[in-house]
Design a protein around this ligand. Structure first.
Ligand SMILES: *Cc1c(COP(=O)(O)O)cnc(C)c1O
Length: 370
């Protein structure tokens, strides 16, 4: 059996570096509840992400869920089904109704030309997703939000370190939610953050992540427990020292993929957008079976046969999940439906060898029926 190539591999600092980072905790015995590592990590991230306000949480999902709670949203939230379960679940778990907008066929983010006709007097917010490192049409979303007085909560789980026109991507919208899950470009084992505009929102989130406890004798909100612990913060501090180098390596991998797959009939790749400094988070390929000569599922199976784990990401669409019992009509988002049936993200992480990329591309291209 050949060595397996997984779709991603978690970044980790040198072992000694992490051990050094956590040493102090054996003196202090302070291992969670906003300790020194939490504070240090938060300050370092603020600089790196170029944002004004940030708070750390246990994961990206709680960032989304508690942000919606902190904004006191009620009614309908316009979002897309071409995302991870988390985005839609955060909406539903807040007692809100997701209203699904279709996606743009080239960058896979929310199709801003289709938002306005979904706005009703019950709409309270837009929850767009930056997908694969591609960013949403920020200006147009901002214009609509102002016109209709809507909150904007970006799911920025895929856009760690991405900049738009020289600004940190977390600076846009009312709130941007990042994920530092082990599988992401940057990780703190598990972790997440909210970047936000309004300091009053920040105070609410800070309480909500700690059961809504405002001070020792005052509990002002029905909060959750979503505090980042010190071991995760220490991992984040270490990984942050290496993340630029990792993104640079990812770029080389992406360029290698492109050298084989760009310009091949029937394959759609995802170009870096104008004015965007990319993080090379994912390498999605959309297969047009009739033109390319093989379907997404055939390519997926051929790679699996060689021990290579590509991922049907995002498939299925969130509006087709069993847990929603057919409440949503997937045909209302035909572009998302089409892309989700055709897309595959190929293995991509900083230390994947270029030989492995060559091998993957070779297998993909050999899938074509002559
Ligand atoms: C990973 C991810 C999340 C959830 O983040 P966790 O840290 O795993 O909770 C949310 N949205 C998207 C698009 C993601 O990829």
């Amino acid at each position: 059996m050949e060595n397996k190539i997984l779709v991603t591999r978690s970044s980790m600092p040198p072992y000694e570096e992490y051990i050094e980072e956590i040493k102090d905790m054996w003196d202090s015995h302070w291992i969670t509840n906003m300790g020194v590592k939490h504070i240090e990590f938060q300050e370092a991230l603020k600089k790196y992400l170029m944002v004004e306000n940030i708070d750390l949480l246990t994961n990206g999902h709680m960032a989304l869920e508690l942000s919606m709670q902190a904004l006191n949203l009620q009614g309908e939230v316009i979002t897309t089904p071409f995302t991870f379960a988390s985005t839609t679940h955060a909406i539903v778990r807040n007692g809100l109704k997701p209203v699904f907008c279709d996606i743009d066929p080239t960058d896979f983010t929310i199709d801003v030309s289709k938002i306005e006709k979904l706005i009703t007097d019950r709409t309270c917010a837009i929850a767009p997703v930056h997908v694969y490192g591609n960013i949403c049409n920020i200006e147009e979303i901002d214009r609509l939000a102002r016109k209709y007085d809507l909150k904007v909560i970006y799911d920025a789980a895929h856009t760690f370190g991405v900049q738009y026109k020289g600004k940190g991507i977390g600076e846009f919208g009312d709130v941007s939610c990042f994920s530092f899950h082990a599988t992401k470009v940057f990780n703190s084992i598990e972790g997440g953050a909210v970047c936000f505009r309004d300091v009053h929102f920040g105070e609410k989130i800070y309480d909500l992540k700690n059961f809504g406890i405002h001070d020792a004798e005052s509990v002002q909100a029905v909060g959750a427990n979503a505090k980042m612990n010190e071991f995760c913060a220490a991992m984040g501090i270490c990984n942050l020292r290496h993340v630029d180098e990792e993104i640079a390596k990812r770029k080389i991998v992406v360029e290698r993929y492109k050298s084989y797959l760009e310009g091949i009939n029937g394959l759609q790749l995802s170009p870096v957008q104008d004015d965007v400094k990319s993080n090379y988070a994912y390498f999605p390929v959309v297969f047009d079976e009739k033109v390319f000569g093989a379907s997404r599922n055939e390519v997926f199976a051929a790679l699996a046969e060689h021990g290579i784990g590509a991922r049907k990401y995002f498939y299925p669409l969130t509006n087709s999940f069993e847990c929603f019992h057919g409440e949503y009509d997937i045909n209302e988002t035909p572009v998302a439906l089409k892309i989700s049936k055709r897309v595959l993200t190929l293995p991509l992480y900083a230390d994947i060898s270029l030989e492995d990329v060559d091998k993957i591309c070779d297998i993909v291209l050999k899938c074509r029926k002559q």
